[in-house]
Design a protein around this ligand. Structure first.
Ligand SMILES: Cc1cc2nc3c(=O)[nH]c(=O)nc-3n(C[C@H](O)[C@H](O)[C@H](O)COP(=O)(O)O)c2cc1C
Length: 457
C-alpha cells in the first residue's frame, strides 16, 4: 500500500525588520498602516493558510550609525498588530515572535493568554533567544546574559509561562448573578516559581484560554536550539530550504524527540521560504534576478561585506573588486548584533573563498553578494511552484513553509489564486478549515488531551 500523502502546512510571513521585502518596488504599499496587515491576513485566510507570522526586531539594524538603506523599518508592535488582526479574521492562526532574553514571563504569558482569548484560540508564540549587547542597550541590559545561558533562560521562561497558563483550569468562572459568586475556586491563578532565572509567586490574572496554552515555535539552529525545540516546541521556524539541507535538518531534529517521550509528528518543521511566481518558468527566472538586484543595493552589498571584514568599507566601490585588505579579526565587531556575523566563524577563510569566487566569475562586490546571498527559494510558474513545494514536503525536507513575499501587502495574492488551487487539486492542502483553533489547523493535541487527531488515527 502506498504511503498516504502528507498534508502541507502554509503560513504567511508579514515582512518587517530586513530587506527581503522590497519597499522601493512601485507595487509595494505601507508596512505600517493597518490596511496592509488586514489585506495580507485576509489573503492568507482566503487561501486557507494555517497562520500569519510576525518576526521581531528589537533594534533597528544599523552600521556606523546609519540605518540599513533597504530595510523595512518601523513595523508596529507584535501584540497590538495580532490583536487587531484577530478582529478582521476568523480562522487564521496568529504567530508572534517574542524574545525570552529581554522580557519577563508574567507579562508575556498575560499577553499570549489574552491574544488566545481575543482570537478564539489562534495564538502562537515563536520563542527567540536573541541576546546581544547591541539590542540589550534598548533594555538597559546591554549584554547582561552570556550567549551560552540564553537557552537555559528560554527553557525556564517557557516553563514558567506554562505554570502561569496552567494556574487556571478553565472551570473557575461562575459569574453567578443569583449567589453573587464570580469564582468557584478561591485559589484560581495562584502560582509559585522558584528557579535560577525567575523567582516569582502571586496570582496570574488571565483565565484559561481556548487553546490552554499558545502553540510554541522555536527559531534557532544551534545544538542547544535544536534540543530546546525537541523538548518544548510544537513547531520550528528554520531556514534550511534546499532539499538536501532540509532533509538533513528534518531527520536530525525529529530523531531527537524520542528521548523526551515525544513522537516525530509532535514537532512540525516549517522553514521560511521566498518565491517568485510568473506565467512561465523563464519569466519567473528573469523576475527573480530583478528582485535579487532590488534586494541588494550597492550600500547593502558593502554592509554585508562588513559582516566578514569587520572594517568600514564605505570608501569601496560596490561595482568594483573585493578589498585586498584582510578582515580585522582583533577588535569589537563593526556589525554589532547581526546574526550573520556568527555565520562567518572564520572571516579570513571566508574572505579568501569570496575573493577566489569573484575572480573566477569576474564578479564585483555587489555581484558576489547577490550570487552568494539568499535567493528566491521557489521560482517558476504556478505549476512548477506547486509541484516543487509538494515534492519537498512529501520527501521530508519540511512539513510546509512560512512564505515571505517580496512585495507587501499584495505579494501573496497571486500565490493564493494560482498555486493554492493546484495544491488542493493534488490533495495535499485543505480546501477549508476543519476546526476553530490553530492547534486544529496544525493537527496538534490540546494540552488537556483534547483533539490529538494524529494519536487517534
Ligand atoms: C529562521 C529564523 C528566524 C529567526 N527570527 C528571529 C526574529 O524574528 N527575531 C529574533 O530576535 N531572532 C530571530 N531568530 C534568532 C533565533 O531565535 C536565535 O536567537 C538565534 O538564532 C540564536 O540561536 P541559535 O544559536 O540557536 O541559532 C531567528 C532564527 C532563525 C533560524
Amino acid at each position: 500500500m502506498s504511503k498516504p500523502l502528507k498534508q502541507i502546512h502554509l503560513a504567511a510571513h508579514f515582512p518587517g525588520v530586513n530587506n527581503t521585502t522590497v519597499w522601493s518596488d512601485p507595487a509595494s504599499g505601507s508596512h505600517i498602516d493597518f490596511s496592509s496587515f488586514a489585506h495580507f491576513a485576509r489573503t492568507a485566510e482566503r487561501a486557507k493558510f494555517d497562520f500569519l507570522f510576525l518576526a521581531e526586531g528589537l533594534r533597528l539594524r544599523e552600521q556606523g550609525g546609519k540605518i540599513y538603506d533597504l530595510d523595512v523599518v518601523g513595523r508596529p508592535d507584535t501584540f497590538t498588530v495580532l490583536s487587531a488582526l484577530a478582529a478582521v479574521t476568523e480562522h487564521l492562526g496568529l504567530t508572534g515572535t517574542i524574545n525570552s532574553t529581554f522580557n519577563e514571563p508574567y507579562e508575556v504569558a498575560r499577553q499570549f493568554a489574552s491574544l488566545d482569548h481575543l482570537s478564539g484560540g489562534r495564538a502562537a508564540w515563536n520563542v527567540v533567544t536573541s541576546w546581544d549587547a547591541f539590542t540589550g542597550e534598548n533594555f538597559r541590559r546591554g549584554g547582561f546574559l552570556p550567549q551560552e545561558e540564553r537557552y537555559s533562560r528560554a527553557k525556564e521562561f517557557l516553563a514558567t509561562a506554562h505554570e502561569l497558563f496552567d494556574s487556571w483550569h478553565g472551570d473557575e468562572i461562575l459569574a453567578d448573578q443569583e449567589t453573587g459568586r464570580f469564582l468557584s475556586d478561591a485559589k484560581a491563578g495562584a502560582f509559585v516559581h522558584r528557579g535560577q532565572h525567575f523567582d516569582i509567586h502571586g496570582r496570574f490574572n488571565v483565565p484559561r484560554s481556548p487553546q490552554g496554552r499558545p502553540v510554541i515555535f522555536q527559531a534557532g539552529d544551534s545544538e542547544e536550539g535544536r534540543e530546546f525545540a525537541a523538548s518544548d516546541a510544537d513547531a520550528i521556524f528554520s531556514r534550511h530550504t534546499t532539499l538536501e539541507a532540509g532533509r538533513a535538518f528534518y531527520t536530525d531534529v525529529k530523531r531527537r524527540l524520542a528521548k523526551y517521550g515525544r513522537r516525530p509528528d509532535q514537532l512540525l518543521i516549517l522553514p521560511a521560504a521566498t518565491f517568485t511566481l510568473a506565467d512561465t518558468d523563464a519569466e519567473a527566472r528573469e523576475l527573480a534576478k530583478e528582485v535579487r538586484r532590488q534586494q541588494v543595493s550597492g550600500a547593502t552589498a558593502l554592509r554585508h561585506l562588513e559582516f566578514v571584514w569587520n572594517r568600514d568599507l564605505s570608501g569601496y566601490d560596490p561595482d568594483g573588486p573585493l578589498p585586498d585588505i584582510d578582515p580585522d579579526v582583533t577588535s569589537r565587531h563593526i556589525a554589532e548584533g547581526r546574526a550573520q556575523v556568527r555565520m562567518y566563524r572564520d572571516p579570513l577563510a571566508t574572505a579568501r573563498e569570496w575573493r577566489e569566487l569573484a575572480a573566477a566569475h569576474n564578479w564585483s562586490i555587489r555581484d558576489l553578494v547577490i550570487e552568494t546571498g539568499n535567493r528566491q527559494n521557489f521560482i517558476g510558474s504556478a505549476g512548477t511552484i506547486a509541484r516543487t513545494i509538494d515534492e519537498y514536503v512529501q520527501n521530508d525536507a519540511s512539513d510546509g513553509f512560512i512564505l515571505v513575499p517580496h512585495v507587501t501587502p499584495t505579494g501573496l495574492d497571486a500565490f493564493a489564486d494560482k498555486v493554492v488551487p493546484l495544491l488542493q487539486e493534488r490533495g495535499v492542502f485543505r480546501t477549508d478549515y476543519e476546526g476553530p483553533t490553530l492547534r486544529d489547523h496544525l493537527g496538534l493535541a490540546h494540552p488537556d488531551g483534547l483533539g490529538d487527531r494524529r494519536a487517534a488515527s
